[in-house]
Design a protein around this ligand. Structure first.
Ligand SMILES: NC(=O)c1ccc[n+]([C@@H]2O[C@H](COP(=O)([O-])OP(=O)(O)OC[C@H]3O[C@@H](n4cnc5c(N)ncnc54)[C@H](OP(=O)(O)O)[C@@H]3O)[C@@H](O)[C@H]2O)c1
Length: 243
């Protein structure tokens, strides 16, 4: 039951938000190791199909993860398609910028319904499949923002700190059959830069931003580790969280 996934060859791994940006890097890295990747998307259908093609015609699954019903339908579809599930990467999330004095209930729910609630219910749906089979590995993408307080992202920071604690609690709940770990990215830009990003890069001991490939490398580390490695957080942030 505690065999490592050190060979990802043939293993079934679902990546939420796997079409674009960091999720795309994770999907491509998994496919390069021979994993059978299930690519989830919500709105980015064309990007999902492009990434899926580059992953060797991987299947794509559409769901709005704000809905627990849609999450459960998606996991049923994945399990039906592959007959099993070995790994889950909870990557889908939202990011918004708000003065805490102006946040309304809908703004709060907009973030927490995806970043924290969906991470929990995707993990639960995956665990039900994994515990009925040979066990598995879950990796939650948290954030530097779950470790460091950002004043205009208090709602986002709280959601990602929640992901980090959820990782530890679920690791305890589902050991020894499922490992649950977290990767906390630092600054991983894809669009044009802004003053906040430039400030963070300048403050970073690495003196540069990170890449999706570097986040994927950390995700694959946890997916390949034995389940003895569980409840852990790996910050991939150029040293920013150490300041
Ligand atoms: N980029 C960074 O600098 C950075 C830094 C720290 C942490 N992170 C974390 O790393 C992960 C990936 O970040 P990213 O910047 O690459 O991507 P992102 O733009 O934050 O979002 C990833 C994907 O989440 C999906 N998503 C959003 N709302 C959804 C919903 N309601 N239902 C289903 N899917 C939904 C979107 O899928 P569709 O496009 O298909 O709609 C989107 O492509 C996230 O967890 C993020 O918080 C990123």
């Amino acid at each position: 039951m505690n065999l490592p996934m050190n060979q990802l060859q043939g293993k079934v791994v679902l990546v939420t938000g796997g079409a674009r940006r960091i999720g795309r890097s994770i999907s491509l890295a998994l496919a390069a190791e021979g994993a059978k990747v299930a690519i989830h998307y919500r709105g980015s259908e064309a990007a999902a199909r492009q990434t899926a093609e580059e992953c060797g015609d991987a299947p794509v699954f559409q769901a709005n993860l704000e809905s627990v019903a849609e999450i459960r339908t998606m996991f049923h579809q994945v399990a039906t398609h592959f007959g099993t599930l070995d790994g889950l990467v909870n990557n889908a999330a939202r990011f918004t910028n708000f003065d805490p004095l102006t946040i309304e209930e809908a703004d709060w729910d907009h973030i927490h319904s995806v970043n924290l609630k969906a991470t929990f219910f995707c993990s639960q749906a995956a665990a039900r499949i994994m515990l009925a089979g040979a066990g598995g590995h879950i990796v939650n993408i948290s954030s530097l923002g779950g470790l460091r307080p950002w004043a205009n992202h208090a709602h986002y920071c709280a959601s990602k700190a929640g992901v980090i604690m959820l990782t530890k609690a679920l690791a305890k709940a589902w050991a020894p059959h499922i490992s649950v770990n977290s990767v906390a990215p630092g600054v991983i830009p894809f669009d044009k830069s802004d003053a906040r990003i430039e400030r963070l890069i300048k403050a970073s001991p690495a003196r540069r931003a990170g890449t999706g490939e570097e986040i994927a490398e950390a995700v694959l580390f946890f997916l390949k580790a034995t389940r003895f490695t569980t409840g852990q957080l790996l910050a991939v942030d150029g040293g920013l969280s150490q300041l």
